[in-house]
Write a protein that binds this ligand. Sequence first.
Ligand SMILES: Cc1cc2nc3c(=O)[nH]c(=O)nc-3n(C[C@H](O)[C@H](O)[C@H](O)COP(=O)(O)OP(=O)(O)OC[C@H]3O[C@@H](n4cnc5c(N)ncnc54)[C@H](O)[C@@H]3O)c2cc1C
Length: 488
Amino acid sequence: MTEHAVLIAGGGPTGMMLAAELALAEVDVAIVERRPDHVLVGSRAGGFHSRTIEVLDQRGVADRFLAEGKTAQAAMLAATVLDMSDFPTRHPYSLGIWQNQIERIMAEWIAELPVRIHYGNEVMGFAQDEGGVDVELSDGESLRAQYLVGCDGGRSLIRTGAGIEFPGWDPTRSNLIAEGETSEEPPPGIRHDATGIHALNTMEDGRTVRVIVTERELGPGTEPTLADLSAALTTVYGTDFGVHNPTWISRFTDMTRQAAAYRVDRVLLAGDSAHVHYPAGGQGLSLGVGDAVNLGWKLAQVVDGTSPESLLDTYQEERHPVAARAIQHTMAQAALQRRDERQQALVDVVTELATMDEPRRQIAGTISGLDIHYDLGEGHPLLGRRMPDLDLVSADGPLRVFELLHGAKPVLLNLGEPGVFDIAPWADRVQLIDASYEGAWELPVLGTVAAPAATLVRPDGYVAWVGDGTEAGLPEALTTWFGPPTAK
Ligand SMILES: Cc1cc2nc3c(=O)[nH]c(=O)nc-3n(C[C@H](O)[C@H](O)[C@H](O)COP(=O)(O)OP(=O)(O)OC[C@H]3O[C@@H](n4cnc5c(N)ncnc54)[C@H](O)[C@@H]3O)c2cc1C
């Protein structure tokens, strides 16, 4: 039986990001993906948010996505545009790029890394014991892994197989989403009515029209047809615009659920397998990438014996609240998409409030993911927040903080007197960089904070310890996050 340290069920954006993180940490990782290759039928998600671009920048691959997408210096709260141009980040925008492009670029990236992918194969079942997980595949083969991660989407077999509850809200509304051609020119822009949101947009090829239409009645769980699409368009617009030749028709709903547990022993969940919601605000893909980057280095350290298994508990502690908050936003945004005259009054009031400076920063901070704050205890405002991508100067010349994270290794950044830290017992795991920084310390939403003397930055780019000019608390933080000094 073939053995891997980690097996990932599902090679969507979350599964591929997790595989990249594990491969960078030199963990033997394989993906099992049902599709015959990475190609996605239909364009699906329309992009991702500022923090996700930063996360990709931390790995040195953001430019690949930026080169193919279109940036917009805004986060959207339903139809309300929240300006982000003053956000203190190198990427104060969201990126419009279709999910099929995102998945192609990610697949090209992981092809450069030692990741084994079993395409055209499906996880059919699994059984875990004290030492690992046996996984059955649709081709009759079995694989064994120390850990199995379900990145297998909203209908996750891994989640149900592990007996993890998925509490939340049943669907109340459904949308058809399709790509095809129309014989009549579609009307430009987005339409809102008492049912919800509708839009027809001509895509980059100038011929294909992407349709999103809210159905008047909640649609069935079966695959939608061209006749369903035509009927739904006619109900809203009085015509179906002669829609024909669909290459993709799908249905999504506002069903909203979150896994009660992100781990049962050696089985974990990430991405849509752990949380599903209405796509208002476009946060699903970014949440999955965030899960993967939070989990990857922790799982790598547990697998290679650097850290105890309890490090994995912090994955749920940190990521469950982030998804819960995003879910709350998507439900609010879904409510704001329904418009009759009374509802329009609510939308107008919310827009007026949300575009005021303080709420704008708060809400855009949440939607963009830039305000994420993991609860790592009391202390400097940087603790548990993302490390800014500062322009540093080191003995070797200028340096960006994110460049230090390309290899997904933790960094102790000493901004005080060079040579004061001795982290020899962790030197095999943690980079020690002496550098200087002259500018202000500005954090999204919070504004300017006091300059720290040093920061310990985790591989996911979050600050695990802030120095005040002494080493107080540093050995404890190094041990908590990167294992005891005598590890290995
Ligand atoms: C219309 C629409 C618009 C959206 N817009 C946005 C947006 O603008 N921005 C955004 O961030 N998000 C958006 N989303 C959400 C986004 O598409 C998802 O959140 C994202 O795809 C989740 O990624 P994932 O890798 O977790 O899951 P998925 O993309 O669902 O990937 C799961 C993978 O697992 C595979 N798989 C499933 N079961 C098995 C099995 N048993 N064995 C092996 N393989 C298996 C599947 O083939 C698939 O490749 C949108 C979604 C929809 C429907």
